[in-house]
Design a protein around this ligand. Structure first.
Ligand SMILES: [Zn+2]
Length: 403
């Protein structure tokens, strides 16, 4: 299943064309998806969220607990007089491997269905790995986690985030930061890891995770843009579904050309947004080779160098123009900026806000919110695991891991 196929949180009733068994499967999916995204909930909250009656909810919850994908958990009281009560949560012992490949590192995290990151290992690289090397290193990192997994958890598979174009079969058509072209990464990793593997574009799955767990919750139309040294990736989540385009390649907003004479992009062209708006030049001016999102936030807060200020102003100007164009094209309710772009938002909120609220055509009648991604570095630990959980959430009985 592709990440775009999100199980609905709404329950269904049997109609002429659906059998009771299908209805039960869809309702189990709705309840498990709900506690997966919302955390521990009381049975009555599950009832009001899904529209199912009390005895139906009780039956569904009992079955989810029996097949080992949900568990009893205490819920936090919302009202002033509320007491913690016994509720239901997704079982964190059901886990997926979250794998991320970047030019300078491979990261593997063990993520629970309830959202816990149980463990995480990072393997630094001197240069971008070949697909073969990627599979080898990943397999050895997973081997190192295997004893812990076997002892404590039930593993359902792996999800992989790749900075590039990924088709529905899990093949990478092109990943410029890695130098990969037409590589069947899913087949290669399934062979190396001996488990089901799902592969997705890093920005697309980041957008879906932000829509489910972060700032995009409850938002119908969200435009997500994430920036890093590897470029800029985008994702459009409309009505809870990722806009995929032909073969799933939509959202490559980072390769929007903003200056045909500009800096060389990893894709081979000049002046792509991701090449012009990049932490690279800033890090060079700061004399730093490696900076994560939190570090660069701090460094820019205290930087006095006028060259840093000038470069920031230049980049924010380009990003503003691009954001105005994107709002004109997609009319999102919220624009979420993540990674390095979240850093730029923190330094230049006013300029960037004008770009989405004042500059677009017919701006007076629009309401566009500009937000920084809420999940920060945690986002890309959780997001790839969502790929692996998708099948389980869609049909818990068929895909529950054996105990
Ligand atoms: Zn490009």
């Amino acid at each position: 299943m592709h990440e775009a196929e999100r199980p609905s949180r709404k329950s269904v009733a049997a109609t002429g064309r659906t059998t009771n068994e299908e209805v039960r499967q869809q309702n189990l999916s709705a309840v498990l998806t709900l506690v997966h995204t919302d955390g521990a909930l009381s049975r009555s909250d599950i009832g009001s969220e899904t529209g199912l009656n009390r005895s139906t909810v009780t039956g569904l919850v009992t079955e989810l607990i029996e097949i080992g994908v949900a568990c009893e958990a205490s819920t936090t009281p919302t009202g002033r007089v509320g007491r913690p009560s016994l509720g239901v949560a997704a079982d964190d012992d059901v886990v997926a491997l979250s794998i991320r490949v970047e030019p300078d590192a491979i990261t593997v995290a063990l993520v629970g269905l309830g959202g816990s990151v149980h463990s995480r290992v990072r393997h630094d690289l001197a240069s971008a790995p070949s697909p073969r090397r990627f599979a080898q290193i990943t397999a050895s990192l997973v081997d190192g986690m295997r004893a812990d997994i076997d002892r404590h958890y039930r593993l359902i598979g792996a999800g992989v985030a790749v900075p590039g174009l990924v088709d529905q079969s899990g093949a990478v058509l092109l990943a410029p930061p890695l130098g990969w072209k037409r590589e069947n990464i899913r087949a290669r990793l399934e062979d190396a890891l001996k488990m089901p593997v799902t592969v997705g574009n890093d920005a697309s799955i980041g957008a879906m995770a932000e829509a489910r767990f972060g700032i995009g919750r409850g938002v119908d139309n969200m435009l997500y843009l994430g920036g890093s040294l590897n470029g800029i990736g985008g994702g459009l989540v409309f009505d809870g579904t990722l806009l995929r385009g032909t073969s799933g390649f939509a959202g490559e907003l980072g390769h929007t050309v903003v200056d045909p004479m500009g800096a060389r992009c990893a894709c081979g062209r000049r002046g792509c947004l991701g090449a012009e708006v990049s932490p690279g030049p800033i890090m060079k001016l700061l004399g730093r080779r490696k900076l994560d999102e939190d570090d660069i936030d701090i460094e820019l807060g205290v930087a006095k160098d006028p060259r840093v200020t000038a470069e920031l102003t230049r980049q924010v100007g380009i990003l503003s123009t691009a954001l105005t164009n994107f709002v004109n094209a997609f009319a999102p309710e919220v624009v979420v900026l993540s990674g390095y772009l979240g850093v730029l938002l923190a330094t230049s909120r006013e300029t960037l806000s004008d770009a989405v609220r004042v500059e677009p055509v017919g701006a007076e009648g629009r309401q566009v919110r500009l937000e920084r991604a809420r999940m920060r570095s945690r986002l890309m630990q959780i997001a790839p695991a969502e790929l692996a959980f998708a099948r389980l959430l869609a049909d818990p009985v068929a895909h529950a891991p054996s105990r």
